[in-house]
Write a protein that binds this ligand. Structure first.
Ligand code: FE
Length: 131
């Protein structure tokens, strides 16, 4: 997997909580409607909880009703990597942090205009910084 930050399993385990490790490093999914950032409407940026890379902006956040923080665009071209995931026979793409390769969530094509994209992201994979 691509990424500029490389750490061993043990190193990740030391800096992440058990729940964060499961989502970010084992591609887990947090239960819907449990994330602390789900209803966050403050202005700011969303960073990767594992490495601090700037991933999403509050200006692109919307309420998808799915129970996970949702964005219709990324913060910049260096935010994420995508990989096809057809494990459930669905057209969805896996979303990774471009800097550290951690799993963040999935991308769907049923988002609002202008992009039509829905980045469905685990709250626990994000850290919010007010701007
Ligand atoms: Fe990262």
């Amino acid at each position: 997997m691509q990424g500029k930050i490389h750490k061993t399993k043990e190193e990740w385990k030391r800096i992440l909580s058990k729940e964060q490790y499961h989502v970010l490093r084992e591609k887990g999914t947090e239960p819907p409607f449990t994330g602390s950032l789900l209803h966050n409407k403050n202005k700011g940026v969303y960073l990767c909880a594992a490495c601090g890379n700037e991933l999403f902006s509050s200006g692109h956040k919307f309420d998808s009703g799915t129970g996970w923080p949702s964005f219709f665009d990324v913060a910049s071209s260096s935010s994420v990597n995508l990989k096809d995931d057809s494990s459930f026979g669905l057209t969805r793409r896996e979303v990774f942090c471009r800097k550290c390769g951690s799993h963040l969530g999935h991308l769907f094509q049923d988002g609002p205009p202008p992009t039509g994209k829905r980045y469905c992201i685990n709250s626990i994979a994000l850290e919010f910084r007010k701007k």
